[in-house]
Design a protein around this ligand. Sequence first.
Ligand code: GDP
Ligand code: IMO
Ligand code: MG
Length: 419
Amino acid sequence: MGYTAIVGLQWGDEGKGRIVDYLAENFNVVARFQGGANAGHTVTIDGRDYIFHLLPSGMLRPNVTGLIGTGVVLDMDVLIEEIERVEDITGRPLEGRLFIDGRATLVMPFHKAEDQWEERLRGGLGTTKRGIGQTYRDRYARFALRLIDLFNDEHMREAAKKCLEFNNQILGGRYGKPPFAIEPIIKQLKQFREKIAPFVADVPVKLKELENQGAEVLLEGAQGTFLDIFFGTYPFVTSSHTISGGASIGLGIAPWKITRVIGVTKAYTTRVGKGPFPTELDDEIGEEIRKKGHEFGATTGRPRRCGWLDLPMLRFAVLINGVTELAITKLDVISGLDEVKVAVEYELDGSRLKYPPINPVEWQKVKPIYKTLKGWESFWGNILPFEAEDYVKFIEKELGVRATIVSVGKERDAIAKRD
Ligand code: GDP
Ligand code: IMO
Ligand code: MG
């Protein structure tokens, strides 16, 4: 059986966690492939919100085995806290149900400190300050510590020293900060090692084993397509591969095994942090969407910027992810409006564009060309009003992909019934 990937098609927070949790009922494995504790994936069960940063969002379903791939950067405190929380909620230890690739990279305390100081120094990108960019930088510069490095004392000390030396130079030279000392770091790593040891695995091999037992596998992306390090609105992006291809690299699976790609998009657009956003609404409609959709970051609590749906963006996202199905979320949030708008193309210096320009300077300048559709009354339950159905059909037609999931609330069963 092929694997199913879930990816965000916008700037993150599309509702991936909610969709993963919904689908996980029919899956045996949920695997995270990139990102770190910058992610905040909300799952709502019986009125209670659970926010996942590192563990796969399907973990509240007892039938689900969770995998964390080498593409993920591990914040030690957040990981332990989250494991304990899920064990508390489910009343069962996670051992035997959670496997973390020994090749995954560790976020160090100085990475998080640097992220804070860098944000202050440069006026910042508006990061989540979780040390994400710094950790991936060290991984690619080959200074990073990997989870597996902790399991040999001598090697751990050597790797930590190398990483620390490099980072202390940055801390002193760029930010004028005192160096971090090695001993407290070694102590922290040893404490972490003890707690995490039962979960360390060779994830590609484990996945093969599970597959041989007939497991259905769901791959959970974090962030969104336009935060991708290669294809996003650079430099206002995160530092990992958020697109479906990232699942192959981040978990160690063959690309052809991913046969189904569910692209998650809100029924409108949001963004936290800086960068271009052509359909952003600086008016009372934007404010209303923010209020009604509770558009405040699940990780940082920052207000999210809100705007209309942007089809040039989604067209590109469908293209590079190879989206086979759409999941549209938060359709309920834009109900009660007289009319809703959708950007169908952009205009730039007199020409029409179907896709966003590569050049960010041009993307800042484009004017969205809107199609206005009839709004619909607020609704209860999961039967879509006629106009809301039209809205979904319009998106499906423009993108050439069917919306197999339309979410109309944050609870598990708030999925629209459609023909
Ligand atoms: P993720 O990062 O993609 O998992 O998304 P977040 O959890 O950061 O943000 C999505 C927010 O929208 C969360 O607060 C969800 O509870 C909420 N949500 C998801 N789907 C729906 C929906 O269909 N309707 C409403 N009203 N809220 C939703
Ligand atoms: P989920 O998985 C929304 C944004 C930050 C910032 C940029 C870089 O919940 O969808 P980083 O801390 O990654 O270096 O920040 O990326 N960002 C997100 N925005 N949802 C997320 O994750 C995000 N993770 C990072 O706001 O603009
Ligand atoms: Mg989120």
